[in-house]
Design a protein around this ligand. Structure first.
Ligand SMILES: [Zn+2]
Length: 213
């Protein structure tokens, strides 16, 4: 083994050091009342898998389904974003809604469109933009992996989720990371602002404009 290789990370990050490890979590939201949560409790308080409901067809419209006029993403000014350029915007979590994640951001085209209708020019830029946002998140201290998701069940305007999994927290791997983020206590305002500043600066290095400094 070469002696030039960097030492592996063996110390938990500031984020992980602040996690309530070994403590019972008491989240503000009762997940058992959440209509998409797959588990329910029976009369004896035992956890079981929820029974499937009847389908809802046609499905109710998502926000922005009828165009940009009522779209919450189109209505948001650039100043409320982490970073923007001519065609793309990167949003941070609403500070009031923020949960326990190390970092969660959203990549959105400026044009009001969903993934299947993305114009060809934007579709060509999407791959490089995904890589760029992933690299910005991966440059933060203590990131084990960056998860990239597109669900789109709430808003019709394309938005990709990027969530950083803290290094060492193997329980937070894979598809349960978003759920854990709603269970973990909120990060402090100081930590949240510091992460957003670093991300905005990392994105701005390759062009566009940071809105958080
Ligand atoms: Zn929109």
């Amino acid at each position: 083994m070469s002696t030039d290789e960097p030492d592996p990370v063996v110390q938990p990050s500031e984020y992980v050091s602040d996690l309530p490890i070994g403590v019972e979590l008491k989240p503000k939201v009762d997940h058992f009342t959440w209509d998409v949560f797959p588990f329910a409790k029976d009369d004896e308080g035992r956890v079981r898998i929820r029974r499937l409901d009847q389908p809802v067809l046609p499905e109710p419209p998502r926000n922005g389904e009828d165009g940009p006029r009522d779209c919450v993403i189109c209505a948001k000014p650039d100043e409320k974003y982490l970073w923007t350029d001519e065609h793309w915007r990167v949003a941070y979590q609403d500070p009031e809604e923020r949960r326990g994640s190390l970092a969660t951001v959203f990549l959105e085209p400026r044009v009001h469109t969903d993934l299947g209708d993305l114009p060809a020019e934007r579709a060509l830029e999407l791959g490089p933009m995904i890589v760029r946002v992933e690299r910005a998140l991966a440059s933060l201290e203590g990131v084990g992996r960056v998860h990239v998701n597109r669900w789109g069940d709430g808003v019709a305007h394309l938005h990709l989720w990027f969530t950083a999994r803290p290094a060492g927290m193997l329980q937070l791997r894979g598809t349960f990371l978003p759920l854990w983020n709603s269970l973990l206590p909120r990060v402090t305002t100081q930590y949240f602002d510091g992460v957003n500043m670093k991300l905005a600066a990392a994105l701005e290095k390759d062009g566009g404009r940071a809105h958080v400094r």
